[in-house]
Design a protein around this ligand. Structure first.
Ligand code: BEZ
Ligand code: FE
Length: 289
């Protein structure tokens, strides 16, 4: 099209896409062009606003490193990462939630009942449950990758005081599909806000806090991999997670206890637990692949 107007530019763009292109790519590009062009038409976007947006993207590139991807963070605080999770989450299994940037490979294998507290301080919690199919059958040999912050709200890797794999573990479920470990209560923390994402949050009057959570990746043969996180029901940021990761089904109760009566015998620190601690019971349901 030689003469392009604000009303015809979208079609003009679509006409440029080759008929031989991949069907899905064509579909996604068509939707993208419609929504992006409508966004400009509906907002009457000014040159200054458009330039500011591009400056934010440029700054995101400048501050990004292999360990810190500011584009992912933009996606997180805009609700995009969570939306992609939600449209791809299976209805019948445990909902998925954001992976975040703090997962690392190579965490040590910890047996069912193992301890992650070691020398760390904080409220002690005992977390356990089962990995199940959607029919309620226990899955033996499912793998759980577990990671969380220390009591100070920092992950190992962010905090020189913590050993490399502090509060990180890989666990394999037993014959009854059980997992179990002792740890400390993780703390709420802020997403990195010293870059362009922080600038956007401040400009829109938003805070960078996430409710405390335990991260899990659960895998099992024949089942869909589940990337998720679980949140305590009393966290002050539950209704205002900066990255929109909370789902009703991912909220767990921390049950206060003073006695170890009834706790499983394979809990390694059972004999050493004294004073107040908390018990968390949470099952993961994996849908079929
Ligand atoms: C996290 O939960 O680790 C996380 C998720 C999104 C952005 C920053 C951190
Ligand atoms: Fe996290």
């Amino acid at each position: 099209m030689r003469t392009v107007s604000k009303d015809t530019v979208t079609q003009s763009f679509l006409d440029y896409i080759s008929e031989d292109s991949d069907e899905r790519l064509k579909f996604v590009m068509e939707k993208l062009a419609h929504h992006l062009h409508d966004f400009v038409r509906e907002t009457n976007l000014t040159h200054d606003e458009w330039r500011k947006g591009l400056e934010l993207l440029f700054a995101a590139g400048e501050i990004s490193t292999p360990e810190r991807n500011e584009f992912v963070l933009f996606s997180d605080v805009l609700g995009l990462s969570s939306l992609v999770d939600m449209v791809n989450s299976s209805e019948d299994g445990t909902p998925s939630s954001v992976l975040g940037p703090f997962h690392v490979l190579g965490a040590p294998d910890v047996p069912v009942g193992g301890d992650l507290i070691k020398d760390n301080v904080g409220d002690k919690i005992v977390v356990g449950g089962r990995v199940l199919t959607t029919d309620g059958k226990p899955i033996k040999g499912a793998h759980l990758e577990i990671w969380q912050t220390a009591d100070n709200g920092l992950y190992s890797g962010q905090d020189e005081q913590q050993e490399e794999y502090n509060f990180r573990a890989r666990m394999t479920t037993d014959a009854d599909g059980r997992y179990l470990f002792s740890t400390v209560r993780p703390a709420p923390y802020t997403v990195p806000d010293d870059g362009p994402v922080g600038e956007l949050l401040r400009a829109t009057g938003r805070h960078p806090w996430r409710p405390s959570h335990l991260h899990f990746i659960v895998t099992a043969e024949g089942q869909k991999t589940l990337v998720t996180e679980v949140f305590p029901s009393d966290d002050p940021y539950l209704d205002e997670d900066a990255v929109f990761g909370v789902r009703e089904k991912l909220i767990m109760e921390y049950e206060k206890r003073e006695s170890t009566d009834g706790l499983p015998d394979d809990l390694a620190i059972k004999g050493e637990l004294d004073g107040t601690f908390y018990v968390v019971d949470f099952d993961f349901v994996l849908s079929a692949a």
